[in-house]
Design a binder for this molecule. Structure first.
Ligand SMILES: Cc1cc2nc3c(=O)[nH]c(=O)nc-3n(C[C@H](O)[C@H](O)[C@H](O)COP(=O)(O)OP(=O)(O)OC[C@H]3O[C@@H](n4cnc5c(N)ncnc54)[C@H](O)[C@@H]3O)c2cc1C
Length: 370
């Protein structure tokens, strides 16, 4: 079976790996570069049980286990390691809090309120390296990468049979929409529910090999009256990632045109200077922004697209896309190759729950399909 995967983020490359590992003929189509978007610019933090009590619980627990297995079985060079994780506050309110034990590399302006994860329950990967590692593992099993922009779908008799790119068409038995927040563009071709992009800013510091595997989730009320939630993740490669300033700026259609909002990086850098003397003196390696894909009900879309045989979607993973990529991909491979997912119940993520097939949209879909 030939499967075309649109989007070379963590979801697309993970699906490519799981399909190729089972013998499918796989092509990943990526408009810019692999991991150019959120999959290369996110925290890469993983948690076993932080989705417990929600519909994501099984997906998250299975994914947490698969991350450990993949790092081991594929000899992953993506910095997988277990972490101890703390919560706390920054700024004036920190001075009034009792001192609890925490990382030694934070400033006196940070007060730790407690430990919220252990090496048994929290971990990390370098997300860009993991995304590229999944593609490499897929390529080693016969998958191919093609750079190009998906511009539409080819359909015959209600079946999706390929993808249109610039001046050419690509044939496939199945097509997977995995374009993150840009999956919204596929709603022009298919009856897909909307997917939105929420913007986040981040900095990557060259901190050297000095910082232990300690993750921090902090709260900070900035003088302008906004509540910020900075997250700090020292990485195995001697860098440290910090995110924490979000916005609702509209997403550019071209992934290469994503850029930080004016002033956002300066605010984040000033906060980093307060949070840790190590960050204050470390060179900045990257100042960046990216969009996480979200849906109307906050749950991902994972499954067959209703009313379009051969079309599948996997997106909308919001803040847990790096964590939940492995089990999403494993289940998608089962769905496409076996006709149903067996490792995870995908029904809470069925795109049909949100894809209101109103008459106007259905007509547009039929027109594009014929
Ligand atoms: C600041 C921030 C921090 C985060 N931290 C974490 C974290 O710690 N842990 C965690 O689990 N998750 C985290 N996330 C969430 C995670 O990064 C995302 O859920 C995940 O990366 C989404 O992956 P994706 O493959 O769906 O989309 P993307 O990474 O957006 O990939 C989509 C790909 O599709 C391509 N594309 C777009 N249009 C086309 C087209 N027409 N044709 C072909 N290709 C196209 C793009 O170029 C892109 O490469 C974070 C997100 C943000 C914003």
């Amino acid at each position: 079976m030939r499967v075309l995967i649109l989007g070379g983020g963590v979801i697309g490359t993970s699906i490519a790996y799981h399909l190729a590992a089972r013998g499918a003929d796989v092509l990943v189509l990526e408009r810019s570069t692999v991991a150019c978007a959120a999959s290369g610019k996110s925290g890469g933090f993983l948690a076993l049980d932080w989705c417990d009590g929600t519909p994501l619980m099984t997906l998250a627990r299975r994914s947490f286990a698969l991350h450990a297995q993949l790092a081991n079985s594929l000899g992953g060079d993506w910095g997988y390691r277990r972490m101890t994780t703390y919560a706390g506050v920054v700024g004036e309110s920190a001075a009034r809090m009792p001192r609890r034990a925490g990382p030694g590399w934070i400033s006196s302006e940070v007060a730790i309120s407690g430990q919220i994860g252990s090496t048994g329950t929290t971990a990390q990967v370098h997300p860009a390296a993991f995304t590229k590692g999944m593609l490499r593992a897929a390529e080693a099993r016969g998958a191919n990468l093609r750079l190009g922009e998906a511009k539409g779908l080819l359909c015959r008799g209600g079946n999706v049979i390929g993808v249109q790119i610039e001046g050419e068409t690509l044939d496939g038995d199945a097509v997977v929409i995995a374009m993150g927040p840009w999956s919204v563009l596929a709603a022009r071709w298919l009856p897909l529910p909307p997917v939105f992009g929420l913007k986040g800013h981040s900095l990557v510091f060259e901190t050297g090999a000095t910082l232990p595997p300690e993750a921090l989730f902090l709260e900070y009320a900035d003088p302008a009256g906004f509540l910020l939630s900075p997250e700090i993740f020292p990485r195995a490669d001697g860098t440290t990632y910090v995110c924490g300033v979000s916005s609702e700026s509209p997403i550019p259609i071209d992934p290469d045109h994503v850029a930080p909002d004016e002033g956002a990086i300066d605010r984040l850098k000033a906060l980093c200077d307060r949070m840790s003397p190590v960050l204050a003196r470390a060179p900045v390696l990257a100042s960046q922004a990216c969009y996480r894909p979200v849906t109307a009900d906050g749950l991902p879309l994972i499954g067959a697209v209703p009313g379009a045989r051969g079309a599948y979607v996997a997106t909308g993973h919001s803040v847990w896309g790096i964590l939940n990529a492995p089990a999403t991909a494993e289940a998608m491979a089962e769905l496409i190759l076996d006709g149903a997912a067996s490792t995870v119940d995908l029904s809470p993520f069925d795109p049909a729950r949100l894809a209101a097939l109103d008459p106007e949209r259905a007509a547009v879909t039929r027109g594009l399909r014929s």
